[in-house]
Design a protein around this ligand. Structure first.
Ligand SMILES: [Zn+2]
Length: 110
């Protein structure tokens, strides 16, 4: 009888759509990946955790080289962090689609 539970759970996990993150090489349920309409399977190659980590690294490493943007009083780094945070929140709450958010992020980082 204990086998019933085991086979049910393995069948469930086989049915749960998942993919391997190409950054941390871990198999995760699709809920751990951002959607990406241009991609073959409809999801980004990196999981949300890796995506976030990479974005943070990117901002930290690139911010010091970008000192002058307009007449905004905040430092470039502060401004980018605020902007990225807002975009990310909008994407997470569904106000902004992930695609739009990514485009906006690309624009602010370019
Ligand atoms: Zn990952």
């Amino acid at each position: 009888m204990t086998n019933v539970n085991a086979s049910t759970s393995s069948r469930l996990s086989a049915l749960t759509p998942s993919k391997v993150c190409n950054a941390c090489k871990t198999r995760k349920p699709l809920g751990h990946f951002h959607r990406k309409s241009e991609s073959k399977d409809g999801f980004q190659g990196r999981c949300k955790a890796c995506h976030k980590a990479r974005q943070r690294d990117w901002v930290n490493s690139s911010a010091p080289s970008r000192q002058t943007i307009g007449e905004i009083q905040l430092s470039t780094e502060q401004r980018e962090k605020m902007y990225i945070d807002v975009i990310r929140r909008m994407a997470l709450t569904g106000i902004m689609s992930t695609t739009t958010a990514n485009e906006a992020l690309k624009r602010v980082m370019s």
